[in-house]
Design a protein around this ligand. Structure first.
Ligand SMILES: C[S@@+](CC[C@H](N)C(=O)[O-])C[C@H]1O[C@@H](n2cnc3c(N)ncnc32)[C@H](O)[C@@H]1O
Length: 303
């Protein structure tokens, strides 16, 4: 069970497959391949005329996804669908996909278990690693630069805005005083001492600050907005768009974008309330606890 794929369980798998309603000859895009759990489900439902296009901006994830999907395609032989994997941010989707060519699109936001579990990626406050947090390890500033170089006021705003941390000023002050910060364990200790848990059973006090840094480093919310902007032109009429978010900032963008699109006649929203994991899935896969799935169908009339 040491293989990352073996440890990885795709969130809300059956619900995703139900909403995508994969047609064997269709073209589907997985914007967030990760370890390709959802992508494998799509490939297994496609026939030889079908096509999966997958994105991940993390080169390690892309490689693992490629290996997994190659194995599935080998197994399916002449019945296997075509697969194209692209190592770029999904905000660039329109550079790679023709207008009105997609039958279904899935995006499962946030970090993968692979990224969280690897201490050297620097996403986790529970493991000691460098303060990195980049999904795309080829480019961009790391969280190290943010915690060591940003001024206190900007840092406080960032932690407030992206972490929804009410004690953001105290945390930012402690970070600035604690410089240089060279490891995630050191960063977590600084946050905990500045903002200790207020009551028993509360989430780990570093959760919000780590989330804020990760969102900022990877420009996660801008990415999601860009995807919602691009999707309507790329989907065929009646095609499905399924998104899974893991915190309120992501879910708010999904909810508002679908609602506004519905008002403009672009989307029929299929989930009045977001779908969530049941007790059994949460037991098996604790990460699914905070997952919220929203799905919409492009109207037949909008172009
Ligand atoms: C939660 S995981 C996806 C898990 C996947 N659904 C599965 O079944 O294994 C999210 C993945 O999306 C990637 N990702 C997140 N934001 C991205 C973006 N803006 N562009 C491309 N990939 C992104 C991450 O690198 C990560 O590998």
């Amino acid at each position: 069970m040491n293989e990352p794929q073996a440890r990885h369980v795709p969130v809300l798998f059956e619900v995703v497959m139900d909403f995508l309603n994969v047609r064997p000859n269709g073209t589907y895009v997985d914007c967030t391949l990760g370890l390709a759990g959802h992508a494998e489900g799509i490939v297994r439902r496609l026939g030889p005329q079908g096509h999966l296009i997958g994105f991940d901006r993390d080169p390690e994830a892309l490689e693992l996804a490629r290996q997994r999907l190659d194995r599935v395609r080998d197994e399916l032989g002449s019945q296997a669908a075509q697969v194209n994997l692209i190592g770029e941010a999904f905000s660039r989707i329109a550079d790679h996909v023709e207008p009105a060519s997609i039958d279904g699109l899935i995006a499962d936001f946030g970090v993968s278990s692979l990224q969280l579990d690897e201490a050297r990626r620097g996403f986790s406050f529970q493991a000691d690693g460098p303060v990195d947090m980049r999904m795309d390890t080829r480019t961009g500033p790391t969280a190290y630069q943010v915690v060591n170089e940003m001024n206190e006021r900007e840092l406080a705003n960032l932690i407030y805005e992206y972490g929804e941390e009410r004690r953001s000023r105290t945390v930012a002050r402690a970070i600035v005083r604690g410089r240089p910060i060279t490891s995630t364990a050191q960063l977590a200790r600084i946050v905990v001492s500045a903002a200790p848990p207020m009551k028993f059973g509360q989430i780990h006090p570093a959760t919000r600050t780590f989330q804020a840094l990760r969102i900022f480093v990877n420009q996660e919310l801008d990415e999601i907005r860009a995807l919602f902007q691009a999707a309507p032109q790329l989907l065929k009429p009646s095609a499905r768009f399924v998104v899974i978010s893991f915190h309120s900032l992501e879910d708010r963008i999904a909810k508002d974008s679908f609602r506004e699109g519905a008002r403009q006649g672009i989307w029929n929203v299929l989930t009045k309330k977001p779908a969530t994991a049941g007790e059994e899935e949460i037991e098996r896969n604790p990460r699914s606890r905070s997952a919220k799935l929203r799905a919409a169908e492009k109207t037949a009339t909008s172009s």
